[in-house]
Structures are given as structure tokens and as C-alpha cells.
Design a binder for this molecule. Sequence first.
Ligand SMILES: Cc1cc2nc3c(=O)[nH]c(=O)nc-3n(C[C@H](O)[C@H](O)[C@H](O)COP(=O)(O)O)c2cc1C
Ligand code: SF4
Length: 367
Amino acid sequence: MADSLLFSPIKIGRLKFINRFVRSATHDYLADDRSGAVTEKQLELYRNLAEGEIGLIITGHAYVHLSGKASPRQIAVDDDSKITGLSRLAEVVHQTGSGSLIFLQISHAGRQTKPNLCQQTPVAPSAVYDPVSKVMPRELTAEEIHLIIDWFIQAANRARKAGFDGVELHAAHGYLLSSFISPHTNRRNDDWGGSWEKRSRILREIIRGIKETCGRDFPVMIKMNATDFLPDGITLEEAQKIAGSLEKVGLEAIEISGGLNEAGRGSVWPGLRSEEEEGYFVPLAAAIKKNLKIPVSGLGGIRTLKVAESFVASAQVDLISMSRPFINEPHLLLKFKSGELKKSPCISCNKCFNPRGIRCAQHQINR
Ligand SMILES: Cc1cc2nc3c(=O)[nH]c(=O)nc-3n(C[C@H](O)[C@H](O)[C@H](O)COP(=O)(O)O)c2cc1C
Ligand code: SF4
């Protein structure tokens, strides 16, 4: 399978990807809990991923400000003191010499956190109660929105200084940027809410700001919901228009996801068994790709090499994103290439969400 289209290189902006695979952002519960600083365990994890020759590795979501911390032991990019640790993370990936690239995913939790984690009342575009986190967020003022835009720009600049190859904005799964583009959570009627243009303005302002501060050729990609699985959530048509507007301001690539916890249907679907269930967000990604020139990554339960190949060969997507298969086996691609595996052994049981650090529960059972 080494001759698979998936193992052919692709240029994205000024970057050369050694193959079409992306390790989708995966929070690892391994950062220092108090400060969010990078730990030795994370260096080991990322070295291992890079040795597995993944084209692009996207880190777990890094909070741009303490008010946006979503989870215990989450990585932080909230001040300049984090640059040294982050640079070690970028360095271990580059030092493997495999050619893997690394992007930092930058994020703010919005209303999907708890006051004890973010040390204040969680904030959101509008005061819409979150039945999952049981939080009634505080509505952001226009001045605060400008401040948040600046936090994202400064976070991207820290990633650039630390030697990351680019950043990914986390605008999926109900976190702050996702909650801006969703009409379910954004009920504002000022310049930041209402039409799809106004709801997505924050994304364009962040991308423009990053390009101004970090240079036009510093790559920015986005992970974005194209559905919230809610009747009053974002529509595919809106997501298509938003993606087009982001391409115009210099976005380099896009990963399409979906789901909100409160919809009862999130982004990490359990119990996938058949090939037909693989790529559960690929049809949405393919619809978004129709109107774009930039590469689009397909996501959601992709496990089988020939299924992944069919998504790219049929031009539904340009890249293949996976998360859990690389928790199960960071060297999955080497095993695909050698023919040792044709399908990831991940059974989508979701037992890898482990607050003491991600690991595949299947290995503990099997080994
Ligand atoms: C343990 C774990 C942590 C995750 N953390 C993040 C994250 O930090 N940011 C993000 O955008 N998605 C995160 N996800 C979602 C994945 O990136 C991916 O979208 C989802 O798992 C579907 O892909 P898969 O079927 O290949 O796992 C996480 C998933 C898992 C299993
Ligand atoms: S615990 Fe292992 S098998 Fe289960 S979803 Fe996570 S990586 Fe896959």
C-alpha cells in the first residue's frame, strides 16, 4: 500500500506534507495542570507520533487565556512563559527527521467549562444555558470580543516563535469560536451576531490579525462545525459561505467536524463497526470542498485504508484526519505502508478519555 495516493506528498501554501494524513487535535490530559506547561510525557507522545510519519500532527487544544481553559491538564499558550516548553514540543517533532509537521490548535472553551477550571463565570456570545456543563454563561461585551481576538493572535504568534509550522483555530464542538458561528448559541444583534457574516466575523478578524502579526505565509487552518445537530444550529449552507469567506482572508486549509454535547450527538462517535459508518463527517466536508480551492480534510471514524483512499481518490476530500486510531497505534501509517495492517484496530470504545493521560484501553486489555 506504499504506492497509495494517501502516501503521496502534497503542498499546502509554502508547506510540504509528506503524505495526506493528519493527526486531528487530541487533548492528552498530560500538561502540567497548574500552569498548562508542556511535560516530558507530552514530548514522548509527540516524538512517537512524528516517528510514525504522520504528515501533519495537530496538538490538543491549547487555551489562549485561563478564562478559556476547558479541561484538567490542558496545554496552555496564554503567555510568553509557555514559548520555551512549546518550542521543545515543536523541536521533538522536527528532530525525528520524519518530515512530520506540527500545528498548535488554539482554543477558548467559551461556555463549555466550569467556573472552578476557568476561575470565573464562563463567557459566551450570548447568555444561553448549557445543560451539559450546567453553566449559565455571561454575555461578552464588544470590548471583550476585541480582547479575545487579540488573545488568539498573540497565541498564534507564540506558536510561531516556538517553531510550530502553523496553527489551527478550534471553531468546532461548541467551544467559543464554534458558539459564535452557531445561531443556537449566538443570539446577538450587534456586529457580532445575526447574519452568517456577522456571526463569523470573529474568525476573519482573527485570521487577518494572525497574518498581519505572524506574516502572510504563516499557515492558519481551522476545524469548524458544519452541523451542530440542533434544529436551530449552523446549517451546511452557512458553513459553506463561512468557509468561502475565510479562504478569501488567507485560510490555508479546513477540517470539517460537527456536533455539540447538548445535542446529544458530539464529534467522537462511539461503537463504529462497519466501513459504511467510516468518515461520518466526510459528506459535509465534500459539500464544503465544492466551493473552495484550499485543501479540505475529512474526519470522523476513518479506520480502513481503502476507505480513506476512496475518499481522496473520489476527490471528496484532500486530506484524511484521524484521532483515536493514532492513540491506539501512533505508528499506524508505518503498518499501513508495510502491509501489516489494512485497518486500524481501534474499536471506537472511547475509553481513551482518561483524565490521568490518554491511552488506549484496548492495549491494557490485550497486552
Ligand atoms: C481523547 C480525545 C481528545 C480530543 N481532543 C480534541 C481536541 O483537543 N480538539 C479537537 O478539535 N478535537 C478533539 N478530539 C476530537 C478528534 O480530533 C476527532 O475530531 C474525533 O475523535 C473524530 O475522529 P476519530 O474518529 O478519528 O477519533 C478529541 C478526541 C479524543 C478521542
Ligand atoms: S480506547 Fe483504544 S480502542 Fe477505544 S477508542 Fe480509544 S484508541 Fe480506540
